[in-house]
Design a protein around this ligand. Sequence first.
Ligand code: GSH
Length: 267
Amino acid sequence: MEKATENAKNPAPAAPVKLLGSWASSYTHRVQLALRLKGLEFEYKEEDLGSKSEELLRLNPVHKKVPVLVHGGRALPESVVILQYLDDAWPETRPLLPADAFDRALARFWCHFADDKLGPAVGAVFASTGEEQEAAVRQVHENLALLEAELRDGAFRGRRFFGGDEVGFLDVVLGCGSYWLAVFEEVTGARLVDADAFPLFHAWLRDFEALDDVRETIPAVDRLLEYARGVRHMLLGLAGAGGAANPADEAPVAAPPAAATDIAVDI
Ligand SMILES: N[C@@H](CCC(=O)N[C@@H](CS)C(=O)NCC(=O)O)C(=O)O
């Protein structure tokens, strides 16, 4: 990632931590929440994703995205990679991953599910209308049903949080993203998290959102709503009346407002 400079040594745990992020980015929220849960001090730098800083482009030349964690001068991108690093670098302060090897692997598996299946399905609801949106809503429901089954009879049975009595790695990954569900419901009119259909998932999300660290991390719903309305308007404008199958393919000619395309595909 960064070149071999005087900084290219393993940072001491006490070395300063800085986070480059964006206020509406759920990936940024994952890292902010993990840092808060672990009680780690950090400096936050807000990025304008419509006009990325030279620092961001230098520190994340591969994806040019936030979040990027800088620890002792060394830079690390990708939210899930960062979360794992936080646990590796500060193992004593509130581990986020479970202690058991199999449970750790399962948490990682469901993180992939969140990023590869659930997130894109929710993004497709946000970026479409009509029949296309109905199909995307069905996909969200199928994915939520899978999680509900795990909470009811599977790996997470009987737990308040995916991590157990307290939130852990998977809660952070799934939770920072799931708060968009209510925002997208409001903006699109689609019903995504029906408490009758997904009672355990619904209860989990309610408990997660009530935590002080989470409330400190997630922006006010009014702000998210305003942002999401603007992005949806722009996406549907770009995509034409029916909406795009994959908004990422509808690359705008002009630079979009901050993170406009990401919210739809990557919430
Ligand atoms: N897989 C990455 C996704 C990060 C991502 O998509 N970040 C968005 C903001 S939500 C971004 O920086 N987008 C700017 C761009 O694509 O130009 C992660 O988990 O960190």
